[in-house]
Ligand binder design. Structure first.
Ligand code: DON
Length: 304
């Protein structure tokens, strides 16, 4: 299969969509990102690489980091994580509060904001220095040492993060947050603020395509069961109230972020990352979704 040719073709075909959509502006720093950016990086487990466009440019990974947060939390052997956060799709926007009250502060899943805030709280309790531990974990997954938190992005989100603050407070009132509310929020904003390129994210996600084991360092980051569960949650909850649409159109487990990135995997085969900052009304990359749909259609690959 000529993946490189297909990736170029996909990029050309989504040209009309590249400037469409809305750049996330509820985080003021993100609103400054030019909408015409577009990159794709694909890595196979055989260490083949295919790419196009702005795939070596850093962007804010935002909610994609929720996958790494969960992986780190469960990899400490803490399957009890799933007592404090569910595994059902919410069918609601990523920052919705509505289910939280009648479900007594237990978020539907770890990939909506409320769920990731609980995971952040768990990491805060698990580690002496969760901030450093998370970055170290991410660097190891990617195989480098220079990933950083973007303080500007984190501060920008903190200044306007009223809904996230409301969620942590509500969950604290139900006893599902152990630590100080501000500490949880600050750490969560940092986790979301990491800048990565499509290439770096594809390297990190290749571990998930490889059942939780590093392709280069051969380290076992996740057990088979942990891998299976995280991948299942990516499939069912990775795109909020568009998870069904992504499964229907693309057919890969994945995760999106409001920075315009989408990372996806085909287990045993490849990881692929697309970046295009213009978002649709559900907060997922508009051109990114279409690009992955075209990619899986043309390559006739999907988990189904
Ligand atoms: O908490 C937030 O709202 C952001 N830091 C992350 C949201 C996000 O990326 C949703 N993804 N599509």
């Amino acid at each position: 299969m000529d993946y490189q040719k297909i990736i170029k073709e996909v990029s050309r075909e989504v040209d009309p969509l590249k400037c469409k959509g809305i750049v996330a502006d509820y985080i003021p720093e993100l609103a400054k990102v030019p909408k015409d950016k577009f990159g794709i990086y694909m890595l196979t487990l055989d260490q083949e690489e295919y790419c196009t466009g702005d795939c070596h440019e850093k962007f804010s990974i935002q909610s994609i980091s929720k996958v790494f947060m969960l992986a780190l939390a469960v990899s400490k052997g803490k399957e009890s994580v799933y007592k404090r956060v569910g595994v059902e799709p919410s069918g609601d926007p990523f920052n919705s509060l509505v289910q939280l009250e009648y479900e007594k502060g237990i978020p539907r899943n770890p990939f909506i904001n409320a769920g990731a805030l609980v995971i952040t709280d768990i990491l805060l309790s698990q580690y002496k220095d969760a901030r450093a531990e998370f970055l170290n974990y991410l660097n190891r997954l990617v195989g480098q040492e220079d990933l950083k938190y973007n303080r500007k992005i984190a501060a920008s989100e903190k200044a306007c993060g009223y809904k996230n603050a409301a969620m942590v407070n509500l969950m604290k009132s139900f006893g599902n947050i152990e630590n100080d509310v501000d500490e949880v929020l600050d750490l969560y904003f940092d986790f979301c603020s990491v800048d990565m390129t499509c290439h770096e994210l594809a390297k990190a996600f290749r571990v998930f395509a490889n059942h939780g084991t590093g392709v280069i360092d051969e380290e076992q980051y996740l057990t088979e069961s942990q891998y299976k569960r995280i991948t299942a949650i990516m499939q069912t909850c990775g795109f909020y109230d568009e998870a069904g649409e992504f499964a229907f159109q693309v057919g890969l487990p994945g995760k999106s972020g409001v920075g315009g990135g989408i990372a996806a995997i085909l287990p045993n085969e490849y990881s692929i990352v697309v970046w295009s900052p213009g978002l649709n009304e559900k907060g997922n990359s508009l051109a990114g979704m279409k690009a992955l749909e075209l990619f899986t259609t043309k390559t006739e690959t999907s988990i189904f």
